[in-house]
Design a protein. Structure first.
Ligand SMILES: [Zn+2]
Ligand SMILES: [Zn+2]
Length: 884
């Protein structure tokens, strides 16, 4: 497509990335059709929050998805990567509440409608930010199909699911103990509650038994909840208390009579064996309350203050009330003892406020019946977790699942499609808004609450394809192929998508769940705002380009495992890009614009040299292995293999090996070398394309015979005809010889301009033949003036250095190439240095203090040093002996 010669001198990602991304989208490469002559391959993006900014986790997650999508697209699938964003109910609402607070306003000042207008404005302004950042990363999403969890279609899907679950009795409204965040002033689900161990206390309190000169002692970690006590419970078999069952105690401070009841829930062995029962403020007490028909007074307001039922404590914040209550109890002599006690306390995932378990009327999804098919579909392998170990975590959670509280006391989100009649109490759940009660004609009022954000994202794999309408996209692209996500949202999202899909689609939402780890900083710490150790992917792209960032995130990464971020590695991959660029420039400078390399390679098949066969055979196997690795989601391994091939085999060896042919007068050999170079370059950058999309496209466009983008080029396929194992082996023998000779020359400080004879001795015919063919390579790359092949060890010059390789012995008469005096002097200096180093290491390793205090890795490092220095010492002494 472009002139082969005009590849810029140096690779500059900035000049290339934006231009190419624009070209890709303008040509519609990312927009597939429901083409029944092809197989579909679908990924739905984990929708980032509209409040979000691209962080390293997104960068990793989306790089993985883009690699899979680009690879399958090249394989000929009709690939859809469906993008979109999540309205992120609680996070977005909090952002807007914060910005209002700066103007001195609350959301109530604006009212529901005004607040929602503000939220949509905010979404219009900032909601697209993360989408643009994904484009910078090179994500080949189909932006024409972009969705939003609050858009019309997704909202329709939400109402439809809500209604159908309600009709089946799988959604119900009820008073239950939920997790309440007094700061966000909303209910939150169990998984939005983060439990941490905290230092706390057990306050032991005496409750006076009515009409008896006796007390019953209970202990609590939250004394303020005693204002809501409606009973004291003991175990029915507890001999200490049997005679008290049915009597009443006087609740201190409020001076209220409450009964002593018997319930098997009470653990006789724990504490005094008597417990206070606060049904509205504790999930277990709630159950006890239900069993015994106890009153369930709620003594706390939504903001965590005590309400009017709390008597003189009314209006106090829960912790102020706690202090006051403890001091009052102490004064009245009812506080027996205070014991330190570590216990686990729930915190709001969003704001870290201590969560209050509180009785509240909320909407719930009945989980047990929904969990069953969702467990089955993973058990029978229809959905596979990669790596498999995450399925255990999934089962464990699904098998112990609790009902899901889905109502939130927020405004930004899907409003619950339930309407209440204030006259007759009728509840109507419907997709179409209703104003009058069908039963009594009274006025209906819609539920004020919205749904948990995850309720809509649970429908994402099918709502985005058009469900509940039976669209072409839904028919063709569903079920999706793989879901890529981090292990932190298996419960929030993955599990919920699975049961939602099984319930509504009767078919799995995806076939694979690829779970990746998190990106940590170079010291292995989580990247966080408070530590200030976060690295902005956009900074990395700015400095080194998107390709280097992507390659860094993938190479060495394996499913399910965390990785560390090192700037040095990004730099190394930026060097890799430069290496490819320079190699490509070299190839392109040596061929014509219309060079028909593929045909030439085909017609001159019999005239290939050992080196040509070798690189083609290696490349051929690479195609097979990389494809196999990709199929097993071993992207990191695939990346490493492509890197090694391009860097070492292609650039370091093959290009060097063919240079003499490119400059020679032998037309045929030259043409074959050019054709092989071009072909290998083309297929290697194709293999690399999913990982480094930009640089590979820029090079590909400059290759001869290119009529379209690399994005839609064909994925390189393994071809048995390219297998050349005997030539490969011969080439490896030659390479061994060259490496051996170069090493010893380097060790002995022989400059490349001083050439020496090379005598190779082998009694194996195939080795002699290989070396004969390799003679020009040995001459060029191992600086040999003449290569002499022999079958026996005769007439070897005195003092020649020898190298043993597999199947042969090589002798180099280097004696006259080096300045003997100078070399002895250098070696003596080296000997002195090594002696000092060895002494230092040995001293360290015999130091008891060091050995007992240093980390194992440091000690290991010192031992390695000792070994390395000792080995070098042997070599130096050997060399000295040889020279003297
Ligand atoms: Zn909160
Ligand atoms: Zn009514």
């Amino acid at each position: 497509m472009e002139d082969a010669k005009n590849l810029n001198k140096a690779y500059d990602p900035k000049q290339v990335e934006e231009k190419l991304y624009k070209m890709w989208t303008e040509n519609g490469y990312f927009t597939p059709e429901a083409d029944y002559s092809k197989e579909p391959y679908t990924i739905v993006i984990p929708p980032p929050n509209i409040t979000g900014q691209l962080h390293m986790g997104h960068a990793l997650d989306n790089t993985i998805q883009d690699i899979l999508i680009r690879w399958r697209r090249m394989q000929g699938y009709s690939t859809l990567w469906l993008p979109g964003t999540d309205h992120a109910s609680i996070a977005t609402e909090a952002k807007i509440v914060d910005s209002l607070a700066k103007e001195g306003k609350t959301k109530y000042d604006l009212g529901r409608e005004g607040f929602l207008r503000k939220a949509w404005d905010w979404k219009e302004e900032y909601g697209g930010r993360i989408i643009n950042q994904l484009k910078k990363l090179g994500c080949s999403c189909d932006w024409t199909r972009e969705r939003f969890t609050l858009d019309e279609g997704c909202s329709k899907a939400v109402s439809k699911v809500f209604m159908s679950l309600y009709e089946k009795g799988l959604i119900y409204r009820g008073e239950r103990i939920i997790n309440w965040c007094p700061s966000c002033k909303t209910s939150i689900s169990d998984i939005e509650t983060i439990y941490d161990d905290e230092k706390g206390h057990f306050w032991h309190i005496k409750y006076q038994i009515k009409d008896l000169d006796d007390f019953i002692e209970i202990a609590t970690t939250r004394p303020e909840t005693m204002l809501g006590d409606t009973a004291v419970a003991v175990h029915p078999e507890d001999e200490r208390y049997k005679h008290l069952i049915g009597k009443t105690v006087i609740l201190p401070l409020l001076n209220k009579e409450i009964p002593i009841i018997a319930d098997e829930y009470v653990d006789m062995e724990f504490g005094t064996g008597a417990v206070k029962i606060t049904p509205a403020h504790d999930p277990n007490d709630f159950e006890v309350g239900l069993r015994h028909g106890l009153p369930m007074p709620r003594v706390m307001n939504d903001d965590g203050t005590i309400n009017e039922l709390g008597g003189k404590y009314c209006g106090l914040d829960r912790y102020a009330a706690r202090r006051q209550i403890v001091s009052d109890l102490q004064e009245s002599g009812l506080l027996v003892i205070v014991k330190d006690h570590d216990h686990s306390v729930g915190h709001c995932q969003r704001c870290n406020t201590t969560v209050e378990p509180i009785l509240s009327k909320q909407w719930f999804v009945k989980m047990k019946p929904l969990a069953e098919p969702a467990i089955e579909v993973v058990k029978n392998g229809t959905i596979k977790f990669v790596p498999d170990r995450f399925s255990k975590i999934y089962f464990n959670w699904m098998e112990n699942i609790q009902d899901w509280c889905i109502s939130r006391q927020l405004w930004w989100g899907h409003r619950i499609p339930a309407y209440y009649c204030s006259d007759c109490g009728e509840i109507i759940v419907t997709i179409d808004p209703q104003e009058t009660c069908g039963k009594c004609g009274g006025k209906l009022k819609q539920d004020e609450d919205t749904l948990d954000t995850w309720f809509s994202s649970a429908l994402w794999p099918f709502s985005t394809l058009g469900w509940p309408d039976n669209t072409e996209d839904l028919k063709y692209f569903y079920p999706t192929s793989v879901l890529v996500t981090g292990y932190d949202i298996i419960f929030f999202w993955v599990a919920r998508m699975i049961f939602s899909a099984m319930e509504n689609m009767k078919e799995e939402p995806f076939k694979y769940v690829y779970i990746h780890g998190i990106v940590r900083d170079s010291e292995g710490r989580k990247m966080s705002k408070s530590l200030g150790n976060g690295i902005d992917p956009l900074d990395v792209i700015e400095k080194h380009g998107a390709d280097a960032l992507r390659f860094n995130l993938i190479s060495g990464n394996s499913p399910g495992n965390d990785m560390r971020f090192f700037w040095e590695r990004v730099e190394a991959f930026s060097n890799f890009a430069n290496k490819i660029w320079n190699a490509s420039r070299f190839v392109l400078m040596n061929i014509d614009d219309d060079f028909d390399y593929e045909n030439i390679l085909h017609s001159y098949r019999d005239a290939l040299t050992t080196a040509d066969y070798w690189i083609l055979s290696k490349l051929n196997r690479l195609k097979r292995e990389v494809t196999e690795n990709m199929e097993k989601f071993e992207l990191g391994i695939a990346a490493q293999k492509i890197y090694d091939f391009i860097w070492f085999e292609f650039c370091d060896w093959y290009i060097e090996l063919v240079k003499p042919r490119l400059y020679s007068e032998e037309a045929e050999s030259k043409t074959i070398a050019q054709a092989t170079l071009t072909y290998v370059l083309r297929d290697s950058i194709k293999l690399l394309h999913p990982f480094m999309p930009f640089i590979t496209e820029e090079i590909y466009m400059h290759l001869p015979q290119t009529s379209h983008s690399i994005v839609i080029s064909q994925w390189p396929q393994y071809d048995e005809a390219f297998d050349a194992s005997s030539q490969e082996r011969n080439m490896e023998i030659i390479m061994e010889a060259i490496k051996g000779i170069r090493n010893i020359r380097a060790e002995m400080n022989v400059v490349p301009s001083r050439k020496s004879n090379t005598i190779i001795i082998s009694d194996r015919e195939e080795v002699i033949n290989a070396m004969m063919e390799g003679t020009p390579y040995i001459q060029k790359l191992a600086y040999s003036s003449e290569v002499i092949l022999k079958t026996t060890k005769e007439n070897i010059p005195d003092g020649a250095v020898s190298i043993i390789i597999e199947g042969a012995e090589i002798f180099l008469p280097l004696e006259d190439l080096i300045d003997k005096e100078k070399e002895i002097e250098r070696l003596n200096k080296e000997k002195e240095r090594l002696e000092k180093e060895l002494e230092r290491v040995k001293q360290k390793l015999s130091n008891e203090k060091f050995l007992s205090k240093a980390p194992a890795a440091v000690i290991e490092e010192e031992k390695d040093k000792e070994k390395k220095y000792s080995e070098l010492m042997v070599k130096v002494l050997d060399r000295l002996k040889g020279l003297e």
